[in-house]
Design a protein around this ligand. Structure first.
Ligand code: FES
Ligand SMILES: [Fe+2]
Length: 349
């Protein structure tokens, strides 16, 4: 039997694993470079298909992925000028979702006034962000501030689609009790929870732990960085971490449905985070950037793939055994789930 939907979920765990994410936030949906001029792509926010396209003026627009005529997917059509053309009868839709042009005989009738929903779009930090909720709130909500991106810290962008519920990913990135999974890479070891505080739709967590430990990384990491603890935050609906003010990451989840999530990571390293091996000399930035490109392939992606494997196995387990009790030990996980549930209840209300 499939897991219960949110309305029928009984336990906190079942509720967390069936909740969506509140649409009144900005969500990253794609990298800016992935949508070229004249291109349309389909993106999905919690079962809602959206056609994202870039007109010949270079501006991105997002509308519901359905033709105003007969509901075909507009993402299967093409971009003409700054409009999106349906593949069937060629009706053109503009960025506001209005029918801009009908290329065939209209039998003496006016162009229908019906329109499809359009979504606010912006580009920041190399990512395309969409506001899927009430558009009148888009101006008061903002994309999270990442001053390190503005300061051009060396960064490693990663994205993936994982077959797991978004709450499993939030649990995973903030719950360090899974150090066992990463024994091979040791991104953190022997974590002890030292802070857990819920405030204003945020859950703050800290661990005393040893961050890093991979011998190759030790060779080049600046020894002055305090890696004896890490702070993390589930800043709904986003997640970040900070090690000694020098190594940071952001994790953004784009919920597709109950069992699939696209996840975007930005890993950020202070300009003085690395030194030349066996010296105290700061590694030049071009070298840092080149090294990080290698580290992405050799370390970061394989490490994240361990999380993917675990999360996808957890999703499978959840679908089979959702009725079984979960003896959750880490109180932080309970707080993340409470926040996810209460925000989804707020969205449904
Ligand atoms: S179905 Fe799209 S133009 Fe007719
Ligand atoms: Fe992990």
């Amino acid at each position: 039997m499939a897991p219960p939907d949110f309305a029928n979920a009984r336990t906190r765990h079942q509720k967390a694993r069936s909740a969506g994410l509140h649409p009144d936030y900005w969500y990253p949906v794609e990298w800016d470079t992935a949508v070229r001029t004249g291109q349309v792509v389909e993106i999905v926010f919690w079962k809602r298909s959206i056609a994202l396209f870039r007109g010949e003026d270079g501006v991105l627009r997002a509308v519901d992925d359905r033709c105003a005529h007969r509901q075909l997917k507009l993402s299967a059509g093409q971009v003409k000028g700054c409009n999106l053309v349906c593949l069937y009868h060629g009706w053109e839709h503009d960025g506001d979702g209005k029918i801009a042009h009908i290329p065939h005989d209209t039998f003496g009738k006016q162009v229908p006034k019906s329109r499809i929903t359009s979504y606010p779009v912006q580009v920041r930090y190399g990512l395309i962000w969409i506001f899927p909720g009430n558009p009148s709130l888009a101006g008061e909500k903002s994309v999270p501030d990442i001053p390190e991106m503005d300061a051009r810290w060396p960064s490693v962008p990663v994205d993936a689609t994982w077959h797991g519920h978004h709450s499993m990913i939030i649990d995973n990135v903030s719950d360090f009790t899974h150090a066992y999974l990463h024994e091979k890479y040791r991104p953190f070891s022997d974590p002890v929870l030292t802070r857990l505080e819920s405030r204003d739709d945020k859950v703050f967590v800290a661990y005393r732990t040893k961050v890093g430990g991979d011998p190759k990384t030790e060779l080049v990491l600046n020894p002055a960085i305090d890696r004896g603890s890490i702070e993390l935050c589930y800043s709904y609906p986003y997640q970040w971490s900070d090690t000694g003010g020098k190594i940071k990451h952001w994790c953004f989840v784009l919920p597709i449905d109950e069992r699939r999530t696209r996840v975007f990571f930005l890993f950020l390293f202070a300009p003085d985070a690395y030194r030349l091996p066996f010296t105290r000399i700061r590694m030049p930035l071009p070298l840092v950037r080149g090294m990080l490109r290698l580290a992405k392939r050799a370390y970061i992606l394989p490490l994240l793939d361990q999380d993917r494997v675990a999360i996808e196995a957890e999703q499978e387990g959840h679908e089979r055994y959702h009725d079984q009790p979960i003896p959750e030990l880490n109180p932080a996980v309970q707080e993340f789930q409470r926040l996810t549930i209460s925000k989804w209840e707020e969205a449904l209300a």
